[in-house]
Design a protein around this ligand. Structure first.
Ligand code: ZN
Length: 347
């Protein structure tokens, strides 16, 4: 077992495997030249797993990690298309688990997650980034929950029947539109009842405060940074960070260079010190039990020094160099995620 197994708040690996015609989900089990995550490179870098996002792309969307995201909000998706695509991606996650010879597990409880991390089993959480595959009566939510869905971002950067996400503008406040709809409010309550974690990354500010008011679970942003250090609406204002702290929630550091840098540029030539600065700020503002990683691997352009999971020890070394000791590194790399999920999930 690595000294600091890294469990991570967000990746788009399922999307990469789904979108790339030359790849099958099985390629995850072998070392690939491209992309950020596969099983062999995870073992090299001490990457113990993470939230595996089911993200339904716009039908015309091209995904090129490293390229600047489009600043215009796309149109809402149709339920049938979203559901079909989500099924295909979820199916590849479960097939991956089934064909991994016990090396990969889709975890449903905090004990299962802890067991995987203690025993070098790659742990994945079935997570939706955007609730477009769920109907307004929430029937599909119950079915997805039974299948293993344990985390849900109500919106990606796109309007839905539940709420609105932030556009990729820079600089901008996250206060970019209306909050939750009535269906969105019902969705929050039902997720609380089932013990599905709600992810606030991509949510606009009004929606954030609606969730903060309604939800009885800790507030979590799986892959967002500090707005005071990089003024994209994808990042969290001090007021939002204070609400996350008050709820005993958590923030996962996003490695996307455009959300780390003060100038908002998408540039892989971004030093690890910039990441450390965000971690320093988060630890100071929300406390050392409420900070982790949320890499956005396979979904965004990241600094060259952490260009794929095998390079994660570079980030650990940078944190050690900045004075982070054993106890705090354990918290940031995995313990805090287990803590917040134990509080949120019903088992
Ligand atoms: Zn995202």
């Amino acid at each position: 077992m690595p000294d600091y197994p890294i469990f991570d708040g967000h990746n788009d690996t399922l999307l990469r495997l789904y979108k790339n015609k030359d790849l099958s989900y099985k390629d995850f089990l072998t070392e690939m030249e491209d992309g950020h995550i596969d099983l062999p490179r995870s073992k090299k870098g001490g990457f113990a797993g993470g939230f595996f996002a089911i993200f339904v792309p716009n039908q015309q969307m091209t995904i090129k990690p490293g390229s600047k995201p489009n600043s215009k909000l796309p149109k809402p998706l149709k339920l049938e298309y979203a559901q079909q695509t989500a099924m295909a991606m979820a199916s590849s996650l479960f097939k991956l688990e089934a064909e991994s010879d016990g090396q990969i597990k889709v975890v449903r409880t905090a004990d299962e997650l802890q067991h995987c991390i203690d025993n070098d089993i790659f742990a994945t959480i079935f997570h939706f980034e955007g609730a477009e595959a769920i109907d307004e009566d929430l029937y599909a939510l119950d079915v997805f929950y039974q299948a293993g869905l344990r985390s849900l971002g109500i919106v990606w950067s796109r309007p839905t029947i539940f709420g609105n996400g932030v556009p990729f503008l820079f600089p901008s406040s996250p206060d970019t539109g209306d909050g939750l709809t009535d269906a969105g409010k019902r969705l929050v309550k039902r997720c609380n009842e089932l013990g599905i974690m709600l992810d606030l990354s991509h949510m606009n500010e009004k929606g954030f405060w609606d969730v903060a008011k309604l939800s009885d679970a800790p507030l979590v942003a799986t892959h967002s940074n500090v707005h005071a250090l990089s003024a994209t609406p994808r990042n969290l204002t001090d007021k939002q960070l204070d609400a996350i702290k008050a709820s005993d929630g958590m923030v996962g550091l996003n490695f996307a260079t455009g959300f780390l840098r003060e100038d908002g540029k998408w540039d892989s030539d971004t030093p690890l010190e910039t990441m450390v600065k965000h971690i320093d700020y988060l630890v100071e503002r929300v406390g050392e039990n409420r900070v982790g990683f949320g890499s956005d691997y396979d979904g965004a352009g990241v600094p060259a020094d952490v260009s794929d999971v095998s390079k994660l020890p570079n980030l650990i070394d940078a944190l050690k160099g900045a004075g982070y000791g054993d106890t705090l590194l354990k918290k940031i790399t995995h313990e805090n995620w287990i803590r917040v999920l134990r509080k949120t999930w019903k088992s």
